[in-house]
Design a binder for this molecule. Structure first.
Ligand code: PLP
Length: 383
């Protein structure tokens, strides 16, 4: 049966399974060997070569989910993005990168690129004109993130991909927030997609991993650098990730449904001054989001009224955890100015619109009525 004919949940459940020929077990066996035979074999396997059986097979699932040919799994999202960047950028090259970006990616670029002699420009905004204006004669890669963290801005994926094609520049994208359940960037022309698999791919807040998906040719180039940098993942974790990804479609769809309900509710809440969620008609890029996403995702952010201390509010929550990461089946909240964007200066945060009242909300699978009740009781304690 052809892989492209399979539906989302079938890909999640079955693509990349390793058949247990010996005992006919229902799930993939786990191969923990770090040493494999080298005589008369087609593939010389070694964990740091990203090609142990579990790594090889799970990569097939990720490639199928992202509608592309190949993928690689890494020890973290940052290992994935740094390896991808270093595979396509060398001394004297230039990267155009969106200004509203995950803070860790910003730090990587600012702290490491000067050591390699790689130039970069952060765009002034997230419109296609902003990317075009930042291009230089030595630009080799354009990198975008949409929806962005934590303000859920939406970049026109197709327009940026086309800009890259016209100018002969490769494009890459962080698809962590939407996941392939809600958005397929490679169908819109993007060359490479990366994920913090610590988020929706893992989904249970117990795995740290990353992934890149692209054509065979690009993945080969990433592999050439990846084997030197050594950011591969242990097979135990790869196996856990495979198990988690079987429910990716079910989880993310349920979380997305909950997020839309909560965004609408928060938008009308008297103690909330602003809600950032692309599924709301009031979101500046709602129409664009509708055209390029099949669901609006399970991440949103909101700003509490000035009379509520956002830290104290989070301390009063009983069900929703204050937590650094995101995308688990449990709902979590955090203050970006104290976490993901704490390394930016106040001036930089003000420039991109990250106020101290902003709370990022990763919506889980709980019943929305319980989540609403939790938020209301916490607000109630503040007034
Ligand atoms: N990209 C996004 C959008 C993220 O939110 C994160 C982490 O929070 C990363 C990349 C980095 O992933 P990791 O923490 O798995 O290295």
């Amino acid at each position: 049966m052809s892989k492209d004919k399979l539906g989302l949940n079938t890909i999640c459940t079955h693509v990349g399974e390793i058949k247990d020929e010996q005992f006919k077990g229902a799930v993939s066996p786990i191969y923990l060997s770090t040493s494999y035979e080298f005589i008369d074999v087609d593939v010389k396997r070694y964990p740091r070569y990203f090609n142990t059986p579990n790594q090889e097979y799970l990569s097939k699932k990720i490639a199928a989910l992202e509608h592309t040919e190949a993928a690689m799994i890494f020890g973290s999202g940052m290992a994935a993005i740094s390896t991808m960047f270093l595979a396509f950028l060398k001394q004297g090259d230039h990267l155009v990168v969106q200004n509203t970006l995950y803070g860790g990616t910003v730090n990587f670029i600012k702290e490491e690129f000067p050591k390699y002699g790689i130039e970069y420009t952060f765009t002034n905004g997230y419109k296609v004109e902003d990317f075009e204006a930042a291009i230089k004669s030595n630009t080799k890669l354009i990198h975008i993130e949409t929806p962005s963290n934590p303000l859920l801005t939406i970049t026109d994926i197709k327009a940026v991909a086309e800009l890259g094609k016209v100018k002969g520049i490769l494009t890459s994208m962080d698809n962590t927030f939407a996941s392939p359940v809600n958005q397929l960037p490679m169908d819109l022309g993007i060359d490479m997609v990366m994920h913090s698999a610590t988020k929706y791919f893992g989904g249970h807040s117990d795995i740290c991993a990353g992934a890149v998906a692209s054509s065979e040719v690009h993945i080969q180039r990433i592999w050439n650098v990846g084997k030197n940098l050594g950011g591969s993942l242990s097979d135990m974790t790869v196996w856990m990730l495979e198990r988690s990804m079987k429910t990716l479609g079910l989880r993310v769809k349920a979380q997305t449904k909950n997020a839309l309900k909560l965004a609408k509710w928060l938008d009308k809440h008297p103690k909330v001054s602003k809600v950032h969620y692309p599924g709301l008609k009031s979101h500046p890029e709602h129409k664009l989001a509708k055209s390029q996403m099949s669901g609006y995702g399970a991440m949103l952010s909101f700003e509490l009224n000035d009379d509520i201390d956002s830290q104290q509010f989070q301390k009063q929550l009983k069900l929703i955890k204050s937590s650094m990461s995101l995308a688990g089946i449990e709902s979590t909240m955090l203050s970006p100015h104290l976490t993901s964007h704490s390394l930016l200066t106040q001036e930089e945060r003000d420039k991109v619109g990250i106020s101290n009242q902003l709370i990022r909300f990763s919506v889980g699978i709980e019943e929305t009525k319980d989540l609403k009740r939790d938020i209301d009781q916490a607000i109630g304690k503040m007034s």
